[in-house]
Ligand binder design. Structure first.
Ligand code: ZN
Length: 313
């Protein structure tokens, strides 16, 4: 079983032979539209009914007390907003049905709580920033009284805010560095936990790309930004541990050009000729013998320079 933000997630996707009925258009989701099913069926039944009937009615996800079930791919549109074939809701939003709304009760309450957690994570997955502008209700598109239970209980603003708050919570968690804002907060001081905060407090670029570079320098292999790797990196940065030697400085081959490239020095012939004259090699024409001589003379000089180079930009 897959979990998304603690919610069980399964798929019962509509067969592609039915795309023309259920989800004919490619879509890049920009917003979420929330519905109540006006029914007392579980999510698996809602989705299996959706994908087997031949009606031009569809939604992407149904959520109940047990979890979330997907019926339509997120990169295709679904017919759930009642705003027409080219309506903004139908063509740009992911439809989420919250189950058991007809009679309410504890199953409904749990379904709605699950939907809040799931939708927040769905926003992160889809690159949608959860705001009052992106978390919409069916009513916003066509005036239909949906999600009926939430509207009847006058809780739309509360539910919408709960999704936005949950989105903020999971995007600020230190275990999600890939979505942590990379802009340094000016004058901030590091309170402890986060490597991003630490780097920001030192006015060092905390982007994923730079953390990757730092991880290499500190000997952390295959950095992907996991919480464990971030903690390791933070500890090493704080300890001021000497970075492991850059791989560029340990070139052991016999090609001068490759060596110069490996240490990011100009390797064109003019540059090599200049280097040659600086090293007392006269009439440099780029012969193999001259290159080898130059390589031997220069390897240690450049190596020393490399080790003194700034490893943090
Ligand atoms: Zn609806």
């Amino acid at each position: 079983m897959t979990q998304v933000n603690g919610i069980e997630f399964t798929q019962n996707l509509v067969p592609s032979s039915k795309y023309s009925i259920k989800c004919p258009n490619v879509m890049i989701a920009k917003k979420i539209t929330i519905h109540n099913t006006y029914n007392d069926a579980k999510a698996s039944n809602e989705v299996s009914y959706e994908v087997t009937n031949a009606n031009q009615v569809s939604f992407h996800i149904a959520v109940d007390d047990l979890g979330a079930i997907q019926g339509i791919p997120f990169n295709r549109n679904a017919w759930h907003c009642g705003d027409g074939a080219n309506g903004y809701g139908n063509r740009n939003t992911i439809g989420v049905e919250i189950c058991y709304s007809k009679s309410g009760g504890s199953k409904y309450t749990k379904s709605e709580q699950n939907a809040i957690k799931y939708i927040a994570a769905l926003c992160v997955q889809q690159g949608i920033v959860a705001t009052t502008d992106t978390i919409k209700k069916h009513e916003d598109w066509s005036g239909k009284h949906c999600p009926h239970r939430i509207l009847d209980e006058k809780r739309w603003a509360t539910v919408q805010k709960a999704i936005i708050d949950e989105y903020s919570r999971i995007t600020k968690a230190p275990s999600k560095p890939s979505i942590t804002p990379s802009k340094p907060a000016t004058g901030s001081t590091n309170a402890g936990g986060s490597v991003v905060d630490y780097l920001n407090s030192k006015k060092i670029d905390s982007s994923m790309a730079n953390r990757k570079k730092l991880a290499v320098n500190y000997g952390i292999a295959n950095y992907t930004g996991t919480a464990a790797q971030n903690t390791a990196l933070l500890n090493k940065l704080k300890a001021g541990a000497a970075p492991s030697k850059p791989t560029q400085s340990v070139y052991k081959g016999n090609s001068l050009v490759d060596y110069l490239v490996s240490v990011k020095k100009a390797s064109d012939k003019a540059s090599r000729a200049k280097l040659a004259s600086q090293n007392g090699i006269k009439n440099y024409t780029g012969t193999a013998a001259q290159n080898t001589q130059l390589l031997k003379k220069n390897a240690w000089i450049l190596k020393n320079k490399m080790e003194k180079r700034e490893f943090i930009k």
